[in-house]
Design a protein around this ligand. Structure first.
Ligand code: ZN
Length: 87
């Protein structure tokens, strides 16, 4: 906490800031577009990613009690590619 966060090498992590669940790097609603792309790369397996995002959704719905659950579900999980990747 030195006030030097502008030069921090960790500023590109796109980690969520709680309890507002905005992106710590770009300020968009988390998960932002950059984070979504990284999660898809990082996990590869959509089922595992769904589990992770489900836990994030559960935590976020505790923090964001005024937000409609449907919109949170859409925000955290709705962006995932649907169906098995059989093509
Ligand atoms: Zn971001």
């Amino acid at each position: 906490m030195t006030g030097a966060e502008a030069s921090s090498p960790r500023s590109d992590e796109h980690a969520p800031l709680t309890p507002g669940w905005s992106c710590g790097s770009c300020g968009d609603e988390w998960p932002c577009a950059t984070k979504r792309a990284r999660l898809l790369e990082e996990y590869g397996d959509r089922a595992m990613l769904s589990v992770y995002l489900g836990s994030c959704l559960a935590a976020a719905s505790e923090d964001l009690r005024t937000a409609p659950v449907a919109s949170l579900q859409d925000r955290f999980i709705g962006w995932l590619p649907r169906g098995p990747r059989t093509r």
